[in-house]
Design a protein around this ligand. Structure first.
Ligand SMILES: [Zn+2]
Length: 96
């Protein structure tokens, strides 16, 4: 009887998850997908990358940039609003 675990099925013959980009993105005990990029003209862009960490836990890495207002106070408000919005998005993603 051959027993194939779900981990074997999901990881494939070289222990890469099906979504892993392999090559230089996959190292140090981590598997990384090709980043997904969302560009919003005149606003900025966000990159999200699915990662299977060396600890066996998956996570989503997020990086990006957005243009700020030209005045310091307005830019500070933008940063504050963005952080609050991001905290809401992260909590929502973690809750599912
Ligand atoms: Zn990999």
């Amino acid at each position: 009887m051959i027993v194939i675990s779900w981990r074997t099925v999901l990881m494939g013959p070289y222990n890469h998850p099906a979504w892993c980009a392999r090559g230089h993105r996959c190292n140090l005990g981590e598997h990384r997908a090709t980043p997904a990029v969302m560009q919003v003209d005149g606003v900025g862009k966000v990159l999200v990358t699915r990662v299977l960490g060396a600890n066996g836990r998956e996570r989503l890495e997020v990086t990006g940039s957005a243009y700020l207002h030209t005045t310091g106070q307005a830019a500070t408000k933008q940063v504050d609003r963005t952080l609050r919005g991001f905290a809401h998005v992260m909590a929502s993603a973690a809750a599912q």
